[in-house]
Design a protein around this ligand. Structure first.
Ligand code: UDP
Ligand code: MG
Length: 316
């Protein structure tokens, strides 16, 4: 049985060699159990020497396959490329920064042998900053109310997938990819186990507050149109309030005559409504934007270098 390790790498020159060393140890442990390993490293347009490091690794280790993107296409694109070019019977998806402990792979393989198609590692939030843990909790509570698939806090991309899950995920060709949700969407029997997240030792996390926020919005918007529906409900509610209020004002004017004061009320109502309309427009715009990207049908990534026979025709 061949297990492919798919790892997206963006500016990981400091850890990649260590990562590969650790993984080689895991490979040695798995060999007697009848599992071969293959490594599919996807360099996501790194600005450092990541590609050079990968070329070096491939030179000394025949199990190393790499793809290098022409620019930074994002982790989701890198994951997709890795899955597409992984040839294993099972695929393990993990980060290259050693935050996903390699020694857990053995546990995953054991659970896979019990028949689970997806073996999911769920990180605990110990060691996280309080604010991060708290926002994550709130976010998942909100998201799960809105999306159709169940997203779990701490569950990320670190997981083992069977071939049929990989093929199912590859069948979802949308441009805006939210892997966590796609994995949950395809289903198949799965199991989850917990681990403590390792602190990043080298390099920096490439998530800024802004990219986290955008990622969160992607999760909310990629699965259904409930936010559009919510906007509609809000609009109808406001319309009703406005109607009642108008009736009240007109009634009062008929009974008491017209009073000039009321500037504050008017301004308040106008600005509040303008705000609400902006939000709704934004929601609609988000969906339209997604449609725009899907319709263009551009490739998810472009490749500038690879050592894989199967992917040779991708390199211009
Ligand atoms: N990554 C990538 N492209 C990007 C950003 C990140 O391929 O544009 C990779 C990165 O090399 C790492 C993984 O995705 O292997 C997770 O990234 P990071 O460690 O920055 O995220 P965090 O662990 O903080 O969630
Ligand atoms: Mg990381």
């Amino acid at each position: 049985m061949l297990i492919s390790i798919v790892a997206p790498c963006y500016n990981e020159e400091d850890v990649l060699e260590r990562f590969h060393e650790e993984m080689s140890k895991v490979a040695e442990e798995l060999l007697p159990l009848g599992h071969d390993l293959e490594f599919v490293y996807v360099d996501d347009g790194s600005r450092d020497r990541t590609l050079t490091v990968l070329e070096g690794l491939a030179e000394f280790d025949a199990r190393v396959r790499y793809l290098s993107f022409s620019r930074n296409f994002g982790k989701e694109a890198a994951l997709l490329a890795g899955l597409r070019y992984a040839s294993g019977d099972n695929v393990v998806v993990m980060d290259a920064d050693l935050q996903h402990p390699p020694e857990l792979i053995r546990r995953m393989v054991e659970l896979r042998a019990q028949g689970y198609d997806q073996v999911i590692a769920r990180r605990t939030r110990t060691g996280d900053r309080m604010t991060r843990a708290l926002t994550a909790r709130l976010y998942y509570r909100l998201v799960n109310r809105l999306v159709d698939v169940e997203l779990v806090d701490g569950v990320g991309d670190f997981r083992l997938l069977s071939r049929r899950v990989v093929d199912a995920v590859l069948g979802l060709t949308e441009y805006n990819r939210f892997s966590k949700g796609l994995f949950a969407w395809v289903g198949f029997p799965g199991t989850t186990f917990e681990y403590a997240n390792a602190v990043r030792t080298h390099g920096r996390s490439s998530w800024s507050l802004r990219s986290l926020l955008n990622y969160g919005l992607d999760g909310l918007l990629s699965f259904n149109n409930r936010p559009l529906r919510a906007a509609l409900h809000l609009g109808m509610g406001l319309l009703l309030c406005a109607g009642l209020y108008t009736a009240w004002i007109v009634g009062a004017a008929l009974v008491n005559g017209v009073e000039t004061p009321g500037y504050v009320t008017i301004i308040t109502v106008v600005t509040a409504l303008a705000g609400v309309q902006m939000v709704m427009l934004g929601v609609i715009g988000e969906y339209t934007g997604r449609i725009y990207y899907e319709v263009k049908g551009r490739p998810h990534f472009l490749v500038k270098a690879t050592n894989m026979e199967r992917a040779k025709d991708l390199v211009p």
